[in-house]
Design a binder for this molecule. Structure first.
Ligand code: FAD
Length: 490
């Protein structure tokens, strides 16, 4: 059967089992799902399904399996690497109707939630009991916990508290074959055997669909202090970051913005950062009151010694919100100063910050492509925003080149091509710069162990799609264990 006929058969089967309201086939409705946060890539899905339960996800996946169709999971569609880019010959499985917080267990300090639950909704649910869910992507008001799991998302406070992988202790998943299984220890903190939970988190939707997520809840600290420090330039702000960490302080967050990103934030949200700042740092400290007071004094001194010309301390929650407003809005704000932009995401060792930022500035000057920098300075997780105007011939390509060259700089300094936004479709071509062919084959074998038919989010992460059987026969000699008759290639 041709693909359109198979899609029609799946639509009919699922309309009968899930109800017609769960299946979208109207081209106008399908188009609303054609991209995620990376709008440069757009494909209208063959079919959209909106399940309301694990069983409905499993039934949808089994229908895809029986029809030999690929499928892609989608949470809120805020991903920035094209991970949720649909397939025109496949089914997009959207979790936005799976938004129940199923259980909150404060004694065990955990909650069990459905994958479409919005990140911030968990903290809102448990905040009256002085708990919260720690990983806080800037998109936390809209992104889903299922998407966070798939991307191993981070955020401003992950410097101290860790990433999604450190806060998810169990997952119910639907495998690419349509089976429902649990990974990890769930409400316990330890499990035995291979760490399949660790394999799944950050796998970008290529190993199955998460349908329940067990998250850790963290007690909210007694005291929080937030300061905004203004510096004449990026170098002095970078020096302050190093000095703070060298002093043995681990702030909850240290975020940096350069002059261009400050300009954008001012235009977008009127954040009123100090005039003339070449860079600002937002430093947040939390913990017992006495400890925070001592750290605040130490951080203030380090900032002043590094050249801060103005320091503002938030006096209350309102002022804290005002300080964070500029940072949290920075990605979208850049739209105020440039018609088009690429949000890049790379990691470098923190000690390389001054050198890499200088190299990015030189690259920008050489090419005439402006780059705004806003990033998680404590983690060395850069988010250069590469600004361009698509209507100017050649500028789009030049921006792409600058964006790729920034990743080369990250790799050159021992870093990575992504910190938290994932590889998706966008960075698959860069993966071989970090990994050898053997590394990629090994990763492919892991993928094949979950999804031998390669139906689950195909075309993402790996640069060259390959069938599972092809992986070990890349033209290299057989593995010694194979040659000795001890192992078999599959
Ligand atoms: C303004 C803005 C700010 C951002 N800031 C941050 C930040 O600070 N830190 C950060 O890490 N990211 C950030 N992001 C990126 C993005 O919000 C995260 O990657 C987020 O986790 C994506 O969640 P989502 O629900 O939108 O997922 P989607 O975009 O819908 O999907 C992302 C990936 O997850 C897969 N997926 C979705 N649901 C499931 C599931 N249930 N099971 C298996 N796979 C699934 C998809 O197939 C896809 O590969 C930002 C994005 C924007 C637009």
């Amino acid at each position: 059967m041709e693909v359109p006929a198979r899609l029609a058969a799946v639509a009919e089967r699922l309309a009968a089992s899930l109800g017609p309201h769960a299946v979208l086939t109207d081209p106008a409705e399908l188009r609303t799902y054609e991209c995620d946060g990376l709008a440069r890539y757009a494909v209208s899905p063959g079919l959209v399904v909106l399940p309301e339960s694990t069983e409905q996800v499993a039934e949808t996946v089994r229908a895809c399996r029986d029809a030999g169709l690929p499928f892609v999971a989608r949470g809120s569609g805020t991903g920035l690497s094209g991970g949720a880019l649909p397939r025109s010959d496949g089914v997009l499985i959207v979790t936005s109707r799976m938004r129940r917080i199923l259980e909150v267990d404060l004694d065990a300090e955990c909650a069990i939630v459905e994958p479409g639950v919005i990140n911030l909704a968990i903290s809102r649910e448990v905040s009256p009991a002085h708990y919260h869910y720690a990983p806080d992507p800037s998109s936390q008001q809209i992104c889903s916990i299922g998407g966070n799991v798939a991307e191993n998302s981070g955020g401003a406070h992950c410097l101290k508290y860790g990433f999604t992988a450190h806060h998810v202790t169990g997952l119910e998943i639907v495998t690419p074959d349509g089976d429902v299984v649990w990974l990890g220890a769930g409400k316990c903190r330890q499990s035995t055997g291979y760490d399949l939970l660790g394999v799944f988190i950050g796998s970008e939707g290529t190993l199955g669909i998460a349908t329940k997520v067990v998250v850790r809840l963290v007690q909210t600290q007694q005291c929080v202090e937030t300061i905004l420090a203004a510096f004449p330039d990026m170098a002095s702000a970078g020096e302050a970051v190093s000095a703070i960490i060298a002093a043995g302080i681990t702030p909850a967050a240290i975020e940096m913005m350069d002059a261009l990103s400050i300009e954008a934030a001012e235009q977008a949200v009127d954040c009123r950062y100090p005039d003339g700042a070449g860079a600002v740092l937002i430093v947040e400290l939390d913990g017992p009151t006495d400890d925070v007071a001592a750290e605040l004094a130490a951080v203030t001194a380090r900032c002043e010694q590094s050249g801060a010309f103005e320091l503002r301390r938030a006096a209350d929650e309102y002022e804290r919100g005002e300080i964070w407003k500029g940072r949290k809005s920075a990605f979208a704000a850049v739209g105020r100063i440039s018609p088009d932009y690429i949000v890049q995401d790379g990691v470098i060792p923190r000690t390389a910050l001054p050198e890499v930022l200088a190299d990015i500035a030189a690259l920008s000057e050489r090419t005439g492509i402006r780059v705004a920098n806003v990033f998680h300075a404590g983690d060395g997780n850069l988010h250069p925003l590469v600004l361009y105007d698509e209507s100017v011939p050649g500028q789009g390509d030049a921006a792409e080149e600058v964006s790729g060259a920034i990743l080369d700089l990250c790799i050159g300094h021992g870093g990575s091509i992504t910190g938290e936004h994932g590889v998706g479709v966008d960075k698959a071509k860069h993966l071989p710069k970090m990994f050898t062919a053997d590394d990629l084959d090994t990763m492919q074998l892991v993928r094949c162990a979950f999804d031998p038919a390669q139906r689950c989010n195909p075309g993402k992460v790996f640069p060259t799609p390959r069938l599972c059987g092809e992986v070990p026969r890349r033209g290299t000699a057989p593995h010694p264990a194979q040659a000795a008759g001890l192992a078999e290639a599959f």
